[in-house]
Design a protein around this ligand. Structure first.
Ligand code: DAH
Length: 343
């Protein structure tokens, strides 16, 4: 009994002076005293050596000891958590933060936004359409029936699963989709990605982007087309740029034209960009062919309209002096991060 009392006293002293600064030390304490092979268990085991007349007193002492150890354990637990909280509050909040790199807009997106916003100012709405398209919307309705030689103007990717599906070769499919809805007048621009089965090189790619334009109403004339596109060119390339229309051919417009602007690199005197001609071609356009209107259930006797289509990559390449179209789709961050400012 004497010995037991001494043991308990010694442990109590040790325990009282025990301090823990983190959770690991608290856990070590628990294992040492309260674990299945710990000191409390060991001392309980001593009970069998205590004389019968002392057992009651010894039992009480041991219980008290156990409660004492448990109390200390809880105290340690709380103070360890508290000390961790207080170490968290010593973080210096005035230190400068880590710089997160800010993303930048893709040059094709910058150019698209710029083109679209000029037409928005003229009251054009924005529409989009599917990139996987059926033959009717990409060709047929645009006055390009099967076997029409003009289908060869654009090398087409066909979808193996369904011979009626193509990857759209131009954004003109959205014209048809909008006209089919039957809500007139229409004044819309339609940006999007298009696909052509072409060998990939610095100058051409198997996919690129276009912005299509469409205006259908009563009494829309070629003069409206010219005026709209003049406005666009002046906004886009500046007041001094010269414009010329060249007669052209597209099955979906009659008459058709292509529009050139005086080379904004050399000012028209001739350089590599304009191939020494002084002019850069920027878009195709024309008056919507009556057959196209009929295909979309619009009466060509009542309504007329104009349409145009332009690429996005080429003006972006000229604007940013990019000499390889493949850079647009390689996702090299060193290339992409250069285009941080709005244009
Ligand atoms: N779809 C033509 C192309 O991809 C561009 C075009 C020309 C669109 C004339 C038009 C247009 O709407 O009227 O080459």
């Amino acid at each position: 009994m004497e010995q037991l009392l001494r043991q308990i006293d010694d442990h109590k002293k040790e325990i009282s002076s025990f301090n823990a600064t983190d959770e690991k030390q608290v856990e070590d304490f628990r294992i040492k005293y309260l674990g299945s092979k710990g000191i409390v268990k060991a001392i309980m085991g001593e009970m069998k050596n205590v004389a019968t007349e002392n057992k009651k007193e010894a039992g009480q002492l041991l219980n008290e000891f156990k409660v004492f150890v448990e109390g200390k354990y809880n105290e340690l637990k709380e103070s360890a958590v508290g000390s961790q909280e207080s170490s968290a509050s010593t973080i210096d909040l005035s230190l400068p933060g880590d710089n997160l790199p800010i993303g930048s807009r893709h040059p094709v997106v910058l150019m698209r936004n710029r083109i679209v916003s000029i037409f928005q100012r003229l009251g054009f709405a924005v529409a989009e359409g599917p990139e996987i398209e059926d033959d009717w919307h990409n060709f047929g309705a645009l006055n390009l029936p099967e076997h029409h030689p003009a289908r060869d103007m654009q090398d087409t990717f066909y979808v193996q699963q369904n011979p009626d599906w193509v990857l759209r070769t131009h954004t003109s499919n959205v014209q048809i989709r909008e006209m089919e809805k039957g809500k007139l007048p229409i004044r819309m621009v339609m940006p999007g990605r298009v696909y052509r089965n072409e060998t990939v090189s610095a100058r051409s790619h198997c996919f690129f982007h276009q912005v299509e334009g469409l205006y259908i109403d009563e009494n829309v004339s070629f003069a409206d087309l010219k005026q709209t596109l003049y406005f666009f060119v002046k906004e886009m390339y500046g007041k001094d740029v010269k414009v010329r229309f060249r007669p052209s051919y597209f099955p979906f417009t009659e008459p058709s034209a292509e529009m050139d602007v005086s080379c904004f690199i050399c000012g028209g005197s001739g350089c590599n960009i304009c191939k020494k001609t002084g002019w850069v071609e920027i878009l195709g356009c024309g008056m919507v062919h009556p057959n196209v209107l009929t295909n979309c259930n619009i009466d060509p006797a009542k309504y007329t309209g104009f349409a145009f289509g332009m690429g996005i990559e080429r003006p972006a390449m000229l604007k940013y002096e990019i000499n390889d179209i493949r850079l647009f789709s390689e996702n090299d961050v060193r290339f992409l991060k250069q285009f941080t400012s709005a244009i």
